[in-house]
Design a protein around this ligand. Sequence first.
Ligand code: GLN
Length: 487
Amino acid sequence: MNIEQLTLSEIQQSLRDKKFSSEELTSAYLARIKNFDASINSFITVTGELALAAAKQADALIAKGGNLPSLCGIPLAHKDIFCTEGVKTSCASKMLDNFTAPYNATVIEKLNAEHSVMLGKTNMDEFAMGSSNENSFYGACKNPWNLEHVPGGSSGGSAAAVAAGFAPAATGTDTGGSIRQPAAFCGLTGLKPTYGVVSRYGMVAYASSLDQGGVITKNAEDAAIFLNAIAGFDAKDSTSIEKADEDYTRLLTDSLKGKVIGLPEEYFSDQVDSQISKAIEDAKAVLEKQGVTFKSVNLKTTDMAISAYYIIAPSEASANLQRYDGVRYGYRCDNPKDLEDMYTRSRTEAFGEEVKRRILIGTYALSAGFYDAYYRKAQKIRRLIKEDFEHAFASCDFILAPTTPTPAFKIGEKTKDPVAMYLEDIFTISVNLAGLPALSLPCGLKGDLPIGMQLIGKPFSEAMLLQAAHQFQQATDWHKKMPSLAK
Ligand code: GLN
């Protein structure tokens, strides 16, 4: 069994055909994690025993036959931002290193109801703040394609785990690019749904108006299958969208003939690596053969997006992270002198540098004297960004753009310069500010590093984005390439 190649749809079929059992498959993934993850560091927690127990239960269901849930018996990895009952949920922070979640996130509940199998919790940037997975209390995660490079962030562990063949698919979250950018850096398909499609209940909050859960998979078909399992209205999340469930696989096999794809002028500037531009040109030629036409569009606010995001996201983060006070749960400093000392030292000792930087920026931007100058202005820009997209979508079905300006950079390359790190998010961040769905899919290689391209859609157009990605993947095999691992 070549587990590293297996897709969700292949596993679904093989389990039903009894080619292997869920227990055998789960054991094989656990063995592969044991053999290879020491050099990659994609998992914070491996839940081997729980996984084998869940696999046995799934096997019993499969043996009974009948109508099985779609992901029954399929092993998956989860970003350590999703609360998992009885299992450590750290968000890659010292603050939550001792935290065992007392309940499941809705995403996890849904996957449990499907009888999928959780292999473990994946590494990430602390509280999802970062673009490289270097801001983790548990150490950086490495890119399986080249261990000197980052896997991207903040869902770096999830992407690295799927690229390394430790799991066929993984959950992620995307506040400003954290699903799409690591998917691009690791040669995978990553989908960030429309804000409100996937419940945020039990997903540790970073910036609540931007955070959205999604999936990292080997291809678009798998992303559609996985999204079907986790999407849907949830009364426990007040920003969840109340709409009928849909089947995200329904358009996969439809032709793209007649679709108009917008190319934002601002996203094809000379800041994009020339090999990425070339890979996207090649991808356009493939899509053109499938009957699409291209149209230039403008997203004039692109150069303001990073500034607006890095006011809004830290502002929300500064409020969300106030709950970590050493009182109720999480880290508490030793021998506090008094209450004030306990608050101060608990937070000082347990938050990493980037998290502190964001709390400072956010608190400053929200303070009485600066609220109008920074926060209110950033919200106005957010509105303009949304309008820019609406305008662009008046003349195209969806947008094609690079996911990142460069392929995966080296570990340590940008850690000294936070602004250089923030600029990594230039092509992904506007999408979150506008609440839109977007996905990244592989479209080339630069040396040994993958290149990703991004499809951005109107609200609730996930099925169409998945269709476009699937059609592209029928004509190309970038999504089938895998790194070879060394111990
Ligand atoms: N890199 C961005 C940040 O640091 C986005 C992170 C994310 O999407 N969670 O905020």
